[in-house]
Design a binder for this molecule. Structure first.
Ligand code: B1M
Length: 210
């Protein structure tokens, strides 16, 4: 079995320690961060996602797989960061209110940090008020919202409205993403930028600031 398949297998079993070790070994064996992320970690997570949908695994299994995913991607962090890049701007990032999914958000953070952005990560279940008050206090140029549930993606609209109400709409770019989010949804809630993945989000954030 290839090391990337081993990463995927161990992630599915929620063996965080093994995943960390295997990711470290794959780095030593000169696999790229992209290969390890996409063909190892995300491949495993996608199988878990399918099984979750089909009721073959349940919340506890998914949760431990998610922990293994986060543990593995933390090891990749130095590889995703570009050496010597100065902070080019500030981003307030979080998963919207009512939503506890953080894997995609964590990838967005890593990719953005890799591009030299300073990211204030508010975590999960973040209210619109919290996004806005942090953006004001930190003078952030970007608010970045992740939403993974069709029941929580509407919170993005609440964030856009809160930004408008606070009178900072012209100072802040609102970026959005997450599995159920689309370009047409972005337009309908009057957010600024939708991107489908973390790498594109980081590139778009840098472009929006410059
Ligand atoms: Co949940 N869950 N979950 N879950 N979960 C989904 C999302 C679901 C699609 C599974 C399914 O049924 N097939 C489904 C949503 C259905 C829907 O709304 N359409 C679902 C459900 C229903 C639920 C619960 C309601 C289940 C329950 O309790 N009955 C519950 C809700 C809890 C809550 O949030 N209030 C729940 C709970 C959980 C766990 C806690 C067990 C766990 C989360 C653990 C954690 O995150 N720490 C979990 C997980 C892991 C998943 C799946 C399996 C995987 C999600 C994931 O991390 N994917 C997921 C099924 C799936 O997606 N196939 C599922 C990997 C990650 C890298 O992808 O986050 O999409 P993603 O990020 C991508 C892009 O979307 C993008 O970049 C990343 C790629 O580079 N992106 C951005 C993300 N944010 C971005 C922001 C940007 C730009 C791009 O700009 C700002």
């Amino acid at each position: 079995m290839s090391i990337l398949s081993e990463i995927s297998e161990n992630l599915q079993k929620g063996r965080a320690k093994n995943v960390k070790e295997l990711v470290a070994r794959a780095i030593e064996e000169k696999y790229t961060a992209k290969e390890i992320l996409e063909e190892g970690l995300l491949a495993g997570m996608s199988i878990i996602g399918e099984k979750f949908k089909n009721n073959e695994v349940f919340v506890p299994e998914v949760l431990i797989a998610a922990r293994a995913m986060n543990a593995g991607s933390e090891i990749l962090k130095p590889l995703l960061a570009e050496d010597g890049v100065e902070a080019v701007g500030k981003v307030v990032l979080g998963t919207v209110k009512g939503d506890l999914h953080d894997i995609g958000k964590n990838l967005v953070r890593m990719m953005m940090e890799g591009k030299g952005l300073e990211v204030i990560d508010l975590g999960v279940d973040v209210s619109a008020e919290k996004f806005v008050e942090t953006a004001i206090a930190e003078k952030a140029q970007i608010i970045a919202c992740s939403a993974l549930l069709t029941t929580t993606m509407g919170e993005i609209k609440t964030v856009v409205e809160a930004v408008e109400k606070a009178g900072i709409r012209d100072k802040v770019t609102i970026m959005i993403g997450g599995a159920p989010v689309t370009q047409s949804f972005c337009e309908s809630v009057k957010a600024d930028i939708y991107t489908p993945d973390a790498a594109t989000a980081a590139e778009a954030a840098v472009a929006a600031i410059n």
